[in-house]
Design a protein around this ligand. Structure first.
Ligand code: DON
Length: 562
């Protein structure tokens, strides 16, 4: 995935009329909150909470609703991770990451091949993932959870400015994808406008089948038939056996303790939990609050922690069914050693961190949502099609997009370059293997009680976006909306450069970072500066126990609560 794509380039929403509860207007609720990128999807989750469903039920309903209302990333043709923190008992993770089809192999991709092809699709995990979460922890019937999504598909929903523009962009770019244009284009060929209604009858039928017949219809029934037919038509690799053998997996989260707070995030095949905890452990060795949040010394320390964690990510991480994760990565001792190697007066050179690695960039959409219910059961869910609108392949007759998640494997063995291409062994393609992810749905708790639910899209930037939110809340005690709105920083080892949102607002900091030896990327045009992530979060007020949702203004977003 290219670094360019790890940033979400979005039209500025400033000045747009926002509905009550929309981005930028935090409200405190007592009974439950759902925060997602899409108003109808947040409302679908809220309706389930009000019906007596718990946060897992609401998360499943929101995920299916987002598959209708946020087609760039909401999905049934992709995969992701769900972190759950029960009011009592152990937090857990549902891993529904896609897998490589059995016919996939290490050398299947050539340099510079289009990311938008049938061959880029991994075996989708979302439907099995939602079914597993529901079976383990849900309360309401499965069918009830899909009802809002079916209705949104059948009756349509009203496009907001972001979603209208996003559809126009992909339809205009999808010359070679007739089915995408048919399903997501306006019938008369003119562009969508905010306020228009998008109706998706094929998708509604697929969702109704999944609601009525259960997840097996997707993996071994009539939906599977349509996926296999689509693969045959487009030269893709996914077979009936690949679908039938796909399993979602329940895992233990990575657990770290940061300044007395418990942090839970997904383990491999996501790199999110390990890198986040490693970076927090390194930062714990410093008194961050000694300096302003957006001062050069603070950003220097964060960048140095990022650089080291992302180097280890490339060196060590992959699907745990294929590679062993070294246990030292998340220990305090290792973090102390790394912290000791940080020079406070000078940036490290990324190349110096990995002299043993022979040296020779991620897409535009994923989506994160956060949910909490009246009992304090909390869910952080991030799922993706990899790029916006995935492989651009809509399964004919089924109305949904397939992911292009194979892009997340290291596609060229041995080719690790200064531009950010990684070719190390742990994440090379193999049949049945899960590709390494950066998705980091995260729950922070204190004394067993949830204090923060967060996560983000943004490819490799995801982990750093989550790091920023956590540091903002824990170290700098920012109110949640401020913590979400604050500019974000990204360093991913290679390319050896720093990206800082809204850096034009911080000329002294940028000068300070340059003095320390950092290469700071400057946006050519401040108004078009790239934005990092889309972190729809919830903070629990320790004084009142109330829930404060914060939608991220960078894209679109809505807090639904009661
Ligand atoms: O799993 C991953 O890390 C990537 N496929 C996520 C891609 C992504 O976040 C693109 N978003 N903006």
């Amino acid at each position: 995935m290219t670094l360019r794509c790890t940033f979400i380039f979005l039209a500025c929403l400033a000045g747009a009329a926002l509905p009550a509860g929309a981005a930028g207007q935090p409200v405190e609720f007592k009974q439950g909150v759902v925060v997602s990128v899409s108003q109808p999807a947040s409302e679908a989750g809220l309706a389930i909470l009000k019906k007596g469903g718990n946060a897992v039920d609401a998360a499943v309903a929101t995920a299916f609703a987002l598959a209708v209302t946020h087609p760039a990333a909401g999905n049934i043709g992709g995969g992701g991770f769900m972190v759950v923190h029960p009011p009592s008992g152990k937090p857990l993770v549902f891993d529904y990451r896609e897998t490589a089809p059995a016919a996939a192999h290490q050398l299947m991709f050539r340099k510079d091949e289009s990311p938008y092809r049938h061959q880029m699709a991994g075996v989708p995990g979302t439907v099995r993932g939602m079914a597993l979460a529901h079976q383990r922890l849900g309360k309401l019937p499965w069918k009830t959870l899909l009802t809002p999504a079916v209705r949104l598909g059948e009756e349509g929903f009203v496009l907001d400015k972001h979603h209208a523009e996003s559809l126009n962009k992909v339809v205009a770019a999808a010359k070679d994808f007739a089915e995408l244009r048919r399903v997501f284009g306006r019938a008369d060929g003119t562009p969508w406008r905010p306020g228009d209604r998008l109706v998706q009858p094929d998708l509604a039928r697929t969702l109704r089948l999944i609601a009525e017949k259960g997840p097996d219809t997707f993996y071994a029934g009539s939906v599977a038939d349509l996926i296999v037919a689509e693969m045959k038509a487009g030269g893709g690799l996914i077979t009936r056996d690949d679908l039938a053998s796909y399993q979602a997996v329940e895992r233990q989260p990575i657990h770290g303790v940061y300044r007395g707070y418990d942090v839970y995030a997904p383990p491999p095949p996501s790199s999110g939990g390990i890198c986040l905890v490693q970076m927090l452990n390194v930062l714990e060795n410093f008194d961050l609050k000694k300096h302003e949040r957006f001062s050069a010394p603070t950003l220097h320390l964060m960048a140095e922690a990022m650089r080291r964690a992302y180097c280890d990510r490339a060196r060590f991480l992959g699907d745990p069914a294929f590679v062993k994760t070294p246990p030292h990565l998340t220990t305090k001792e290792y973090a102390k050693k790394l912290a000791g190697e940080i020079d406070l007066r000078k940036a490290t050179t990324s190349a110096d961190l990995a002299k043993d690695l022979p040296l020779a960039a991620e897409g535009e959409s994923t989506t994160h949502f956060s949910v909490i219910d009246k009992d304090g059961l909390a869910v952080a869910n991030t799922y993706t099609l990899e790029h916006s609108y995935g492989a651009r392949v809509v399964v004919k007759g089924a109305g949904f997009l397939l992911n292009n998640e194979m892009m997340d494997f290291n596609k060229r063995p041995g080719v690790t370059d200064r531009k950010g291409t990684i070719g190390t062994d742990p994440n090379l393609i193999a049949p049945g293997k899960r590709m390494l992810s950066s998705m980091t749905p995260t729950i922070v708790a204190k004394d067993g009680k949830v204090v923060l639910i967060t996560g983000s899209p943004g490819g490799r930037t995801i982990i750093n976006t989550v790091l920023s939110v956590v540091v903002n809340v824990i170290d700098y005690e920012m109110p949640i909306q401020e913590a979400v709105d604050a500019p974000r920083l990204h360093h991913q080892w290679f390319p050896d450069e720093l990206r800082l949102e809204r850096m034009n607002d911080y000329p002294a900091t940028v000068a300070g970072l340059k003095d320390l030896g950092h290469r700071v990327l400057k946006a050519a045009n401040a108004a078009k500066a790239p934005k990092q992530g889309d972190a729809h979060s919830i903070w629990i007020n320790p004084q009142t126990g109330g829930y404060v949702g914060a939608a991220d203004k960078r894209l679109s977003g809505y807090v639904a609560g009661y």
